[in-house]
Design a protein around this ligand. Structure first.
Ligand code: HEC
Length: 174
């Protein structure tokens, strides 16, 4: 009996030894290629810095610049027709991204919107919004507006247009 236990222990011990040295994935973090101080960093992989497909909306640094750029954006046409598919995508994206502030009915009374003190999220039915061109709304979604966050990182270009189609359909003048 003792002999058997010893044999099993020896086997287990050998297994451990095998685990420690035998397998290729057993590597300390220190044993890896790394850029040492003062060494030139590795060049980026081709394509890792995008140089095409960038945002076409200007990014002015001043309030006046923003106002002018938003005016100019009125000329940008909406390339996505308000089909049932676009409206369905827009509804989904609105719920995910905008409802929290602007509310389900677009009245600016979402759970986070109600906490705004200095300026509430706009009621999306207002003439101020519905009289703007699609391109101007697109500008707001791309660049944000004071307390309103921008959505150029969260929504792809086509998705922003889908949200605008939904905005018009749901909260616009019928
Ligand atoms: C964190 C809260 C918040 C979220 C989320 C948010 N908004 Fe807003 N939104 C605001 C606030 C606040 C304003 C008023 C900004 C101002 O005028 O200072 C505003 C204003 C606007 C305006 C009017 C801008 C103008 O002055 O022309 C539009 C259009 C709009 N939001 C659409 C949207 C859409 C569409 C989404 C979702 C993609 C969204 N918002 C998400 C807070 C939010």
């Amino acid at each position: 009996m003792r002999g058997t236990i010893r044999a099993i222990s020896a086997l287990l011990l050998l297994g451990q030894v095998g685990l420690c040295w035998g397998y290729s994935w057993n590597q300390d973090m220190v044993d890896q290629p790394s850029a040492k101080p003062q060494k030139f960093p590795a060049p980026p992989e081709p394509g890792s810095v995008p140089i095409v497909g960038g945002e076409t909306m200007p990014a002015p640094a001043t309030d006046d610049g923003m106002r002018e750029a938003k005016e100019a954006a009125a000329a940008v046409p909406n390339p996505i027709p308000a089909t049932a598919e676009s409206l369905a995508r827009g509804a989904y994206l609105y719920e995910m991204n905008c409802l929290v502030c602007h509310g389900k009915q677009g009245q600016g009374d979402g759970p986070v919107g109600l906490k705004f003190v200095t300026k509430s999220p706009q009621d999306l039915h207002e003439d101020y919004i519905q009289d703007q061109a699609d391109g101007q709304l697109f500008f707001t979604l791309t660049r944000g507006r004071k307390l309103m966050p921008f959505y150029r990182d969260a929504l792809r270009v086509e998705e922003r247009w889908d949200v605008i189609d939904y905005l018009r359909h749901e909260f616009g003048k019928k």
